[in-house]
Design a protein around this ligand. Structure first.
Ligand SMILES: [Zn+2]
Length: 254
């Protein structure tokens, strides 16, 4: 009984705080991985099924969100155009093949776009995107970003290896015939001031973290926050809750 009372007490306090604080500024960047009916055991916790993904996009559409890419965001920052009323960025880490076979058709059916961060040394391996698929995605309006060459935690590497991971992944994609790569995703969400400095030197314009929250035109472009969309246990309610959680985090930071 006591626990129930405490729960309700906290729920009321929490709701009151959310109500009192002004609506947080900023837009969400969603972080996805695989979109498949049959995930590998290792990626199951990060998997969203195609049906769940379609329902999430339906919800975003219903709520009036417009998808943009990181490059669209950069253009606005450089004075070209303005953000839509309710922007949102959909990102996919690791470069799984189902991003092409399952995710892309659902995305296109909703007339939406996304950003896919690939691990260049995994390209063409079983379960991962091939170079042809990546090129086709780029042609169809998906922004391709780098998620390094080998998905190692950059904080644990010396400068030489770090440079290899950051520089060579970008060069590989560009020399393979893709358009310039401007966007980066930190493997395991791990970053440091030195890593950020290196990204700037290597001409990346933005980097997404695993830190939860929202983003604004004033955000640090190398510390962009995301909302991690994991395998839902409570359907679309959980998706809404994750979006709300990012808002709450953004509120408390402001
Ligand atoms: Zn990753």
């Amino acid at each position: 009984m006591r626990a129930v009372r405490i729960f309700f007490f906290l729920a009321i306090i929490f709701s009151a705080i959310i109500f009192i604080l002004p609506e947080p500024e900023g837009f969400p960047i969603l972080e996805y991985h695989t979109i498949t009916e049959n995930p590998e055991p290792i990626s199951e916790v990060y998997n969203v099924t195609p049906a769940e993904f379609a329902a999430q996009l339906d919800y975003l559409q219903e709520k009036g969100y417009t998808t943009i890419t990181l490059q669209d965001f950069m253009r606005v920052l450089h004075g070209k155009g303005s953000l839509p009323e309710k922007p949102i960025i959909l990102t996919f880490d690791d470069g799984y093949e189902d991003n092409y076979t399952k995710m892309l058709p659902i995305l296109e059916a909703h007339k939406m776009k996304a950003v896919v961060y690939v691990i260049t040394n995994e390209i063409g391996k079983p379960g991962y995107l091939t170079l042809e698929q990546i090129k086709d995605m780029q042609k169809r309006g998906i922004e391709i970003g780098s998620h390094t060459a080998d998905h190692l935690s950059l904080k644990l590497l010396d400068d030489e290896l770090r440079l290899h991971e950051i520089r060579d992944s970008k060069i590989f994609l560009e020399w393979s015939g893709l358009e310039t790569i401007y966007s980066f995703s930190y493997p395991n969400g791990a970053y440091s001031p030195e890593i950020i400095e290196m990204l700037k030197q290597e001409k990346y314009l933005s980097a997404v973290t695993g830190d939860v929250g929202l983003n604004t035109l004033e955000s640090d472009l190398y510390l962009l926050k995301r909302v991690h969309i994991r395998k839902p246990h409570f359907g679309i309610t959980e998706f809404k809750w994750r979006l709300l959680k990012a808002k709450i985090f953004a509120k408390f930071r402001n």
